[in-house]
Design a binder for this molecule. Structure first.
Ligand code: FAD
Length: 398
């Protein structure tokens, strides 16, 4: 039996599928056109416990571990949702874990025992002010690391936070920030030493703080229902109490959290591939050319068989790595390999699935068209394919 196929996880799957069928599918095309998902969706997802999966009940979550989060992600896409929807509705999956961990909690089973060490400190206040309301669906958070000068080299962050009494004074800018247009607060990576020193800290910055401006809504190839923004900080005064954990521990916290984000993106990749195999198989059974269904042609059957194999192999590997991460194994290299394996499978499968749909695959009416556009970000976000290869090469001792 697969590790994600327990009776409890089958129930979680059913809950997720019912949510997508009832609350998402009738509206997704409208949200894609609007460029964002409505706030009410967060509240609805929170009410049935979906938003809090992977976060401990002690901070307002629904409990569960990394594998439960994977089940939810997988099922949202398999039921006709999208990776863009996950980016928009589950941005808290990247905005909150540092706060939870610094307060001594755990999230997604990923940060267990590595940060916080069980200590309870000022971060409890951050849990009350940001984590609980976000998991209750009444606040939206974002994570801002990437800057216009570059995203891959996190240590080179140039947004500065200078200490001034009980405040930090923040100056700089961020870009490509998911949910940045709608976010009520932004978990922001800042340099607490000289720019480029790599001495980073994480500050929670409230929307509306003087000097903090949300710039234009960025238009994108895919992920249309997920709003993306540029952020600017000019002499923004942020209370020291809004710092997550100790000063200059931000780089470590960011790196540790990347594992969860990368496994989520890997899950979105193989689940998108699986969904596209289903869509293409259905299409090839129904569509007849030269008097016979496409699926009766050996070439088409073999192509579908190869697509299915790629998607299933990627899924099995991602699950294996996720189980090892949940068990507390330090598998940084394997996480990078899991992301690259799943993204490569996804890229190939969505391309072939669209091709099998013929001209219809190129139309906005075709679900496969959305997956084709949405999938392109998966090898860029959360660390690019090339940066994953750097990590893998390092793990090989190269
Ligand atoms: C839709 C979307 C949503 C996003 N959401 C967020 C978010 O919520 N928060 C956030 O902080 N960021 C977010 N990002 C930013 C994303 O994480 C970055 O785009 C990504 O990390 C790459 O950084 P970059 O774009 O600056 O590319 P660069 O770092 O400039 O890299 C450009 C190219 O060079 C390659 N490259 C870089 N260094 C090396 C090297 N040493 N060797 C070989 N090749 C190299 C890269 O792989 C890439 O192909 C988002 C981006 C998009 C498009």
């Amino acid at each position: 039996m697969s590790i994600v196929d327990t009776p409890e996880r089958r129930q979680l799957r059913e809950l997720t599928r019912a949510f997508v069928t009832r609350e998402v599918l009738p509206h997704l095309a409208d949200w894609e056109r609007a460029g964002e998902v409505p706030r009410e969706l967060h509240a609805t997802a929170a009410k049935i416990g979906l938003l809090g999966i992977g976060f401990p009940e002690s901070v307002g979550g629904s409990g569960g571990d990394l594998l439960d989060s994977i089940v939810v992600t997988e099922e949202i896409i398999r039921s006709g949702g999208s990776s863009g929807l996950i980016a928009a509705l589950f941005t808290h999956g990247i905005a909150l874990p540092h706060m939870v961990a610094a307060a001594g909690g755990q999230s997604g089973g990923l940060l267990r025992g590595r940060l916080g060490g069980g200590q309870v400190r000022g971060d409890d206040d951050l849990v009350d002010r940001y984590v609980r309301p976000t998991l209750a669906g009444t606040m939206i958070g974002a994570l801002a690391i990437t800057e216009p000068d570059g995203g891959s080299d996190v240590a080179a962050i140039r947004t500065t936070a200078r200490r001034d009494g009980d405040h930090y004074v923040v100056n700089g800018s961020k870009t490509y920030i998911t949910s940045g247009v709608r976010a009520d607060f932004v978990t922001t990576a800042v340099c607490t030493d000289f720019p480029g020193s790599g001495e980073l800290s994480l500050l929670v910055i409230d929307k509306g703080t003087p000097g903090f401006t949300v710039g234009r809504r960025l238009e994108k190839l895919g992920w249309h229902c997920s709003d993306t923004a540029e952020l600017s900080f000019v002499d923004v005064r942020v209370p020291v109490t809004n710092r997550i954990g100790e000063e200059n521990t931000g780089f470590l916290a960011i790196m540790q959290h990347f594992a969860a984000e990368r496994l989520s993106l890997a899950t979105q990749a193989y689940a998108t591939a699986q969904r596209c195999v289903e869509l293409a198989t259905r299409w090839c059974r129904d569509r007849a050319t030269f008097g016979r269904p496409l699926a009766s042609r050996q070439l088409v059957r073999h192509r579908l068989a190869e697509m299915h194999t790629r998607a299933e192999a990627a899924r099995a590997y991602v699950h294996e790595v996720a189980a090892r991460v949940a068990a507390g194994e330090p598998v940084v290299t394997e996480v990078a390999m899991a992301k690259n394996v799943a993204v490569a499978a996804c890229d190939q499968v969505v391309d072939q699935a669209l091709q099998l749909h013929g001209g219809f695959g190129y139309l906005r009416d075709a679900e496969v068209e959305r997956h084709y556009r949405d999938a392109r970000i998966l090898g860029i976000g959360g660390g690019t394919t090339e940066i994953m290869n750097e990590i893998i090469a390092k793990g090989m001792g190269l």
